[in-house]
Design a protein around this ligand. Structure first.
Ligand SMILES: Cc1cc2nc3c(=O)[nH]c(=O)nc-3n(C[C@H](O)[C@H](O)[C@H](O)COP(=O)(O)OP(=O)(O)OC[C@H]3O[C@@H](n4cnc5c(N)ncnc54)[C@H](O)[C@@H]3O)c2cc1C
Length: 397
């Protein structure tokens, strides 16, 4: 029997893979079971300087994803001795990753893409795990898709359940039980769930705390979050707020730019006395590979280093020039606060786990964003799913 802690990108994949292979699985999740359309109610963001976004519920943070699926950190993982070629290919098939048809690019996204192209930047459509036949283009991806058009870890939780996995919700694990260097189970609400095989997938803000409590070495100060801002301006009547979010991509060495609407832009404009409704706003996200110097200890702290600030400024100035070319008025430009949606690195490969994602405690593995070796500066779900498939294979060997 195996216990999986957490049901997001990592945990749900482990539960599905191991129950597929005939193992008895108990998946223990802190949050409640939800309908995807209600995902926005389960944001449990962390104010830590840079605000860190996540959801606590069945399916983890995948339920509010933008549906973007890219391979990332392939080179870094290879350097750490992990070749995910097969797992990536399998994950891409299962999540049905593809770029969306022309019909699913709204006017605002198209304008940003052609403006960037005109300025000489290479623009690509973003690979998505969104079913275009179900998608109604209502701009609600990061609130929870009402049509279930987007893959989320809930799909894998359901697959696991069909294969016999036991799913326990509303059960926050607060301790890993370890005896003589071997894992013996987990504790939640005073109850012990016994097993000599445990996979921790509670996400990069919770997994390191559980590891530390169990006496396993974690570096408190290695948190990255892919810090981002969105720069926006007024382009009357553009109706960009209902476009599929982040449907295109421009890559740079240390950051990416993507078309992105945020309601924070409307709030900032109102504060500046600019009159605009949400449908008049065009925006571009600047997402960077931030330095891994944030802290997860009793408190979570994540700031912006000089290097991060320089990269964000560079990205913002390019985003501004594209927005202007796309028809937004420069005197209306505003920015959202600093946020991060990809926390990781807090139980890094080579520090808290080895290349099999095993800890020094026999039978205890980690499979979530905690193990990532560096800030991806790009959507990490596909990589986390591939890593979880990889560790599942190791476990059943
Ligand atoms: C708004 C938004 C949009 C995003 N869009 C994309 C995108 O388009 N593409 C992409 O690749 N990435 C995207 N991401 C990032 C992506 O969702 C995360 O990187 C990914 O879900 C992390 O996977 P994980 O398994 O590490 O953690 P999570 O998916 O967060 O899962 C952790 C799970 O553990 C549970 N848990 C926590 N503590 C405990 C405990 N003590 N006991 C039991 N359970 C616990 C949580 O409730 C949760 O279910 C987005 C993130 C946000 C916030």
């Amino acid at each position: 029997m195996v216990i999986v802690v957490g049901s997001g990108a990592g945990g749900a994949t482990i539960a599905k893979e191991l129950s597929d292979r005939g193992m008895e699985v108990t998946l223990i999740e802190k949050g409640p079971k939800i309908d995807c359309k209600d995902a926005f109610k389960h944001y449990s963001n962390v104010s830590s300087g840079v605000e860190i976004l996540r959801t606590i519920c069945l399916g983890g943070t995948t339920v509010v994803s933008a549906g973007s699926g890219m391979r990332c950190l392939e080179k870094e993982l290879k350097q750490a001795g992990i070749d995910l070629s097969e797992e990536f290919a399998e994950a891409e098939r299962e999540l049905r990753i593809m770029t969306l048809p022309e019909s699913h690019f709204g006017e605002g996204t198209k304008r940003i893409m052609s403006a960037a192209d005109k300025l000489g930047f290479k623009v690509e459509p973003m690979p998505k795990f969104i079913d275009s036949e179900k998608c109604k283009m209502d701009g609600r991806c990061t609130l929870g898709c009402p049509e279930d058009a987007k893959w989320s870890a809930l799909n894998f939780v359901q697959d696991a359940e069909r294969k016999g996995a036991r799913i326990v919700t509303g059960m926050p694990v607060d301790e890993i039980v370890v005896k003589s260097g071997e894992v013996k189970g987990v504790k939640s609400k005073g109850k012990v769930f016994s097993s000599d095989l445990v996979v921790l997938s509670a996400g990069a803000l919770e997994t390191p705390r559980l590891l530390k409590k169990a006496g396993i070495h974690v570096t408190n100060q290695n948190l990255f979050v892919d810090t981002f801002i969105t720069v926006g301006g007024i382009a009357k009547g553009i109706k960009f707020d209902t476009d599929i979010t982040m449907n295109a991509l421009i890559r740079f060495e240390d950051f990416i730019l993507c078309p992105h609407f945020s309601k924070h832009l409307a709030e900032r404009m109102a504060e500046r006395g600019l009159k605009a409704s949400q449908e008049d706003i065009l925006g571009i996200m600047v997402k960077i590979k931030d330095e891994a110097v944030g802290e997860v200890d009793a408190e979570i702290r994540k700031g912006v280093t000089n290097r991060d600030a320089t990269i964000i400024s560079e990205g913002a100035s390019i985003a501004g020039s594209i927005l202007e070319e796309a028809g937004a008025k420069p005197f209306t430009f505003v920015s959202t606060p600093l946020r991060g949606a990809h926390p990781g690195g807090t139980a890094k490969i080579g520090v808290s786990v080895d290349k099999n994602l095993a800890t020094e405690v026999s039978g205890l593995y980690v499979a979530d964003a905690s193990v990532l070796p560096a800030a991806p500066g790009a959507p990490p779900i596909l990589t986390i799913v591939a890593l979880a498939k990889y560790v599942s294979r190791i476990i059943v060997m």
